[in-house]
Design a binder for this molecule. Structure first.
Ligand code: PEP
Length: 263
């Protein structure tokens, strides 16, 4: 179902009217985690000023350590819905458990499946049934074929509104949080009709790498980028070191402009 064979044109996924794919280049931005109403609104305003058309933000955070901030749950979803109301930005947010899909889908405009859950097949089927577009991140140790098969689980439930996201893979290299597999973008695009975007924040793991990796994503023809922004990364409860600052935003906005020009 997700294969390019038997599909004449590339799929354009509409998230509350915001297109991803085709001739569009979409910027998704926002905080890694929803922490407070003020922090989320500030980050959303930063995202909008930077040319983002969609707001990202996690209310359910799959953390490596069980002692790390796990997200605000439904309270975080309510904050996101309120910020959508105030900014007009549709919401992309992660769901980590099949049992929560209905609840998360009642607030979200797009359901994110994170790298750690790419092969959680029950979750993939549940998001496939939810009637909302899906952002499917590549598993950090998954091959492109496994990633596409994961998308197939969603598609099999009758939902072809799937956007793939390359977010870096595990390699021997320790200088970056993950290794951005930039070649995965054209390879996946040659195999599937689904849009493919890049997450330069979770792949590089460092603020200084986010804009260079975004440029690489644009140059190679990605359908968009999803980036972390935070009003005060030094106090962030999740992934502060990779969040863009106010002063990085002009460049992100110019980049978004370039995206539009190139497309
Ligand atoms: C995220 O985008 O918030 C996230 C946790 O990403 P990943 O699943 O790629 O680590």
């Amino acid at each position: 179902l997700v294969s390019r064979e038997n599909h004449d044109s590339r799929t354009v996924v509409s998230v509350r009217g915001v297109p991803i794919g085709g001739d569009n280049m979409t910027v998704i931005a926002g905080p890694c985690a929803v922490e407070t109403p003020e922090q989320t609104l500030e980050a959303a305003l930063m995202a909008r000023a930077a040319g983002a058309a969609l707001l990202r933000g996690g209310a359910y955070k799959p953390r490596t350590s069980p002692y790390a901030f796990q997200g605000l749950g439904e309270e975080g979803l309510k904050i996101l819905a309120d910020v959508r109301e105030k900014t007009g930005l549709p919401i992309v947010t992660e769901v980590v458990d099949a049992a929560d899909v209905e609840l998360v889908a009642s607030y979200a405009d797009m359901l994110q499946v994170g790298t750690r859950n790419m092969q959680n097949f029950a979750l993939l089927q549940a998001v496939g049934d939810a009637g909302k577009p899906v952002l499917l991140k590549r598993g950090m140790s998954a091959t492109i074929e496994e990633w596409l098969m994961a998308a197939e689980y969603v598609a099999q439930r009758g939902n072809l509104d799937i956007v793939l996201c390359e977010r870096g893979i595990r390699t021997f290299e320790k200088a970056t949080r993950n290794t951005l597999d930039i070649s995965a973008v054209p390879v996946a695009q040659s195999l599937t009709h689904l849009p493919v975007i890049v997450d330069p924040s979770h792949s590089g793991g460092k603020r200084d790498l986010v804009l260079p990796l975004s440029r690489a994503a644009i140059a190679i023809g990605a359908d968009g980028v999803i980036v972390d922004v935070h009003p005060s990364p030094e106090t962030a409860l999740c992934d502060g070191p990779q969040a863009l600052l106010e002063e990085d935003l002009a460049e992100l906005r110019d980049l978004a402009g370039t995206l539009a020009t190139l497309s």
